[in-house]
Design a protein around this ligand. Structure first.
Ligand SMILES: Cc1ncc(C[n+]2csc(CCOP(=O)(O)OP(=O)(O)O)c2C)c(N)n1
Ligand code: SF4
Length: 311
């Protein structure tokens, strides 16, 4: 891939490496992310897919991918990636595969795998400096099985297992794990947060990552219409709002050094993002939960203050 940076959406590669007509929900932000990621990665890849919504993209004999695809259990996609990488390396070493024909190994998983179940196998793979890409589409819950709470679910959200009620009106009382920092503590060559609403930023991050051998992570914050409760037509708008409110900082880390790649000129209030989703509706009605709303805004402000980027 040409590694020079691009400035506009018109410069995105025209090739489509994922074909339309999949079983994903209308308006799935994860599918849009994946489409952009595959434009960046090309078709010389093997996708190692942990169980989740995207397992359903490939149902024999149908597949939207032009590349190979391997299905693994939720906890072990990085271990599967190690096996594929080893097999490719052995074939190259034995002269049975032209190094030019080498494939990139790409893990694809939801947040339930990335933040929770596969954390141990991921840590092992980063520690061994496995040469692979890890794409996590983060819809902030176990989406495929009924939107149950995951380690990525945010404070104040309703999930299948944290329904707001009399005793706990706020929904989830736990804070979202910080997967970016968990990866960063291992000091891999490249980590980035991305968004389907910022494809140019996403593409340039893949271009930058290409120069590094070793583990490379991309976490995309993705709107999920049935789980979050909004009309599919508003998916990109919500992805944009999560960035413009400061809730989802767009950043990257090269060998542990973090830089923000986009800082909103003026941060929108987080309420603008929250009030558009059914999963936060209990924070507004029947009565406004001022304490919860204030603490979500404070959490965002603290992050940007800490990085000295709040205007
Ligand atoms: C060990 C294990 N427990 C439960 C399941 C059932 N299961 C299949 S997909 C899924 C949800 C995965 O959630 P996530 O990784 O966030 O991806 P998403 O469904 O949101 O795409 C679950 C719980 C499983 N496959 N393996
Ligand atoms: S449940 Fe959400 S993440 Fe899963 S396919 Fe549907 S929109 Fe996408």
């Amino acid at each position: 891939m040409d590694t020079s940076t691009i400035r506009s959406i018109k410069e995105l590669p025209p090739e489509e490496n994922m074909l339309p007509g999949t079983a994903a929900c209308a308006g799935c932000g994860g599918l849009l992310t994946l489409r952009y990621c595959l434009k960046a990665l090309g078709d010389k890849i093997v996708i190692v897919n942990a169980a989740g919504c995207f397992t359903l993209l490939t149902i024999y004999p149908f597949s939207p991918f032009r590349n190979s695809w391997l299905y693994t259990a939720m906890a072990c996609a990085p271990a599967g990636a190690q096996g594929v990488r080893d097999a490719l390396d052995i074939l190259i070493k034995k002269g049975k595969l032209d190094p030019e024909e080498n494939l990139k190994v790409v893990v694809l998983s939801g947040d339930g795998s990335a933040y929770d179940m596969a954390l141990s196998s991921t840590s092992g793979a980063i520690y061994r400096n496995l040469d692979f890409y890890y794409i996590c589409y983060d819809n902030e819950a176990y989406g495929n099985t009924g939107f149950q709470h995951s380690g990525a679910s945010p404070f104040g959200s309703r999930t299948g297992t944290t329904p707001p009620g009399k005793e706990v009106p706020v929904g989830s009382q736990l804070q979202k794990k910080n997967l970016f920092d968990i990866w960063n503590s291992h000091k891999p060559p490249y980590i980035a947060t991305v968004s389907p609403a910022y494809p140019v930023d996403l593409m340039n991050k893949f271009k930058k990552a290409e120069q590094f051998k070793g583990p490379k992570l991309f976490i995309s914050h993705i709107p999920c219409p049935p789980g979050w409760g909004f009309d599919p037509s508003r998916s990109v708008r919500l992805a944009k709002l999560s960035v413009e409110t400061g809730l989802w900082p767009l950043k990257e880390s090269v060998h542990g050094e973090v830089e923000h790649t986009y800082v909103p000129k003026k941060f929108k209030p987080v309420e603008e993002y929250l009030k558009e989703q059914e999963r936060f509706s209990h924070l507004f009605k029947p009565v406004r939960q001022e304490d919860a709303l204030k603490s979500i805004q404070e959490m965002v402000d603290e992050y940007w203050k800490k990085h000295e980027l709040l205007p």
